[in-house]
Design a protein around this ligand. Structure first.
Ligand code: S3P
Length: 165
């Protein structure tokens, strides 16, 4: 079985393009696409509201459930940037094909400026969050792709080549 046959999970920091890249990758691999954030929103409502009303820990619990459900399908799965914080998730991801979308961060901050990500709205710095999580992304990555300053098409092509090698 080649790596492209099973579930392919995309991890990486907020704003790196997991959803956009994942959608395109799924199309090219002829797979279903699942976005764990979107699954949570569909079942429980807006993420910022979940953080505000129930707290981050509750969101992380919902994220664990959404990931474990998504991993049952041989789909392309885009995750939230904080999925790696949970040891349970990291253990599960270790058994899957994980593509870590890395970035030098140059274009990301401006892209996220007007967004509604609760961790950034609370005043946390994107780079600080990314630096803390980098070792966790590296720990579970099967494939690492540097997405910095690359067009979407090249990133997707690079992932597909790596999945086939
Ligand atoms: C989060 C990232 C978000 C979302 C939530 C928490 C994080 O997803 O899951 O706001 O902790 O990095 P994206 O990575 O798609 O922005």
């Amino acid at each position: 079985m080649t790596r492209r046959a099973g579930v392919v999970v995309l991890v990486g920091p907020m704003g790196v393009g997991k959803t956009t890249i994942g959608r395109k990758l799924a199309k090219q691999l002829d797979k279903d696409f699942i976005d764990t954030d979107a699954s949570i929103v569909a079942k429980h409502g807006e993420i910022s509201k979940i953080f505000a009303d129930m707290g981050e820990a509750h969101f992380r619990h919902l994220e664990e459930v959404a990931l474990s459900e998504a991993l049952r399908t041989p789909a392309v799965v885009a995750t939230g940037g904080g999925v790696v914080l949970s040891e349970k998730n990291r253990k599960r991801l270790k058994r899957s094909t994980v593509v870590y979308l890395a970035t030098d961060g140059r274009h990301i901050k401006s892209r996220l400026k007007h967004g509604t990500r609760p961790l950034l709205a609370a005043g946390n710095d994107w780079s600080d969050i990314y630096e803390l999580r980098k070792p966790l992304y590296r720990q579970i990555a099967t494939i690492t792709v540097d997405t910095s300053s690359k067009p979407l098409k090249s990133i997707v092509a690079e992932i597909i080549t790596a999945l086939e090698s």
